[in-house]
Structures are given as structure tokens and as C-alpha cells.
Design a protein around this ligand. Structure first.
Ligand SMILES: [Zn+2]
Length: 204
């Protein structure tokens, strides 16, 4: 008996509720129906972005337009790039060309990838110390010499622009008089260019 009363009360409550809010429920249902119709009949976005197969693909990004970040934070050039005239080399005690720039920094010893790319070579020899080579694209390659032998990357690693790859040291015997520094070279189409022209350094 008590149960029946409870059920009846529930039914009354429902009818009261519907009388109060019926229009809102109906309006809600209509809005939902309209929304579903619009969503389901709208053209699929993938049809808009994927070009038909017979169209030529988008132009590739210009490899020459790659931009570089300073491979050593707040660094100063202590030796400039010089390939067309000989400069006196304090370590070697004679005049020689310099196919890169030597950078020192009081702020950090971290050597950073100048742009995104793939580590293509890591080696150590007496003259250059520990060296990392990064191929950025078909145009640019950068080379980081006089590094500490404990490097942060291995051959084949993909690196991001500004990623730490190693630290500076005095490992390059041919430049030991400079102290701990980074010897940085940049190649465009396999020819070395003046890296200072591609970086925003304070004392070019
Ligand atoms: Zn150097």
C-alpha cells in the first residue's frame, strides 16, 4: 500500500516538473536536433585540406632560409673567421687561416645546436678535440669543436634548435691558448661561410 502511494507521488512530481519545464525541454530537444543536422551534413574538413592527387604538392620550405641561434649563450668572438687571409695563431705560433669562429662565454659552458637537424658525426682528434657535426638540411651543416669529450648526443640523434649538445673545453690542441671555448664552423652547400654573418652576436 505504502509503495503504491510512493509511486503515485513520483508520478505527480514528474507531471509537475514537466508542466514547469516542458517548454525548456522541448526547446532543448529542437536545438539539439538542429545542431546534429548541421554537424552531420557539413562537408568533412579533410575534403577541404587534402588536394586532389593530380595537383602539384605545396612548395617545400626554402632550405636557405634556415635561421640559427647562438651556439654559446652570451658569447664573445675571440677569433674571427678568416679564409682569404692568414691571421697569427697564438697557439701554433705562425700565421694560418681560421675556418670558423672561436666563442667564449662567461655565462655558460653549454654548447647548443644552432638549428634543428641530425647529428651526422662525432669524433675526437688531437688538433680539433672532440667535434660534433650537425646536418641541418640539404644546404647547411654546422660543426662544433673543442668540446668536452662527454657529449650529450649520439650520431643519428635529431636535435632541436637551442638543444644542449655538449660543453666547451680546451680539447682542441691547435687552439689551447684560447682556453675553454667553442670553435664553431658553418657550411653552406659544403663551403665554409663566416658563421658570424648568420648569428646575432654582440661583437661581430
Ligand atoms: Zn677556432
Amino acid at each position: 500500500m505504502e509503495n503504491k502511494i510512493k509511486i503515485n507521488r513520483r508520478g505527480e512530481k514528474f507531471i509537475k516538473f514537466f508542466k514547469h519545464y516542458g517548454y525548456y525541454i522541448l526547446a532543448g530537444a529542437i536545438i539539439l536536433a538542429i545542431t546534429l543536422t548541421v554537424v552531420l551534413t557539413a562537408p568533412k574538413s579533410s575534403n577541404l585540406v587534402v588536394p586532389p592527387n593530380n595537383e602539384t604538392p605545396a612548395e617545400p620550405v626554402d632550405a636557405y632560409a634556415l635561421t640559427f641561434t647562438n651556439p654559446l649563450e652570451e658569447s664573445n668572438i675571440v677569433k674571427n673567421h678568416s679564409t682569404d687571409k692568414l691571421v697569427y695563431d697564438t697557439t701554433l705560433g705562425w700565421f694560418a687561416t681560421h675556418h670558423g669562429i672561436d666563442l667564449v662565454s662567461e655565462k655558460s659552458s653549454d654548447v647548443l645546436a644552432a638549428a634543428e637537424g641530425v647529428v651526422s658525426e662525432i669524433y675526437t682528434n688531437d688538433l680539433e678535440g672532440t667535434v660534433i657535426v650537425i646536418k641541418h638540411n640539404d644546404v647547411y651543416t654546422s660543426k662544433y669543436g673543442s668540446l668536452n669529450s662527454q657529449v650529450e648526443v649520439k650520431v643519428g640523434d635529431k636535435v632541436k634548435k637551442g638543444q644542449k649538445i655538449g660543453t666547451v673545453s680546451t680539447s682542441a690542441k691547435n687552439e689551447v691558448a684560447t682556453g675553454a671555448h667553442l670553435h664553431f664552423e658553418l657550411f653552406m652547400d659544403n663551403e665554409d661561410v663566416n658563421p658570424a654573418d648568420y648569428l646575432s652576436l654582440e661583437n661581430k
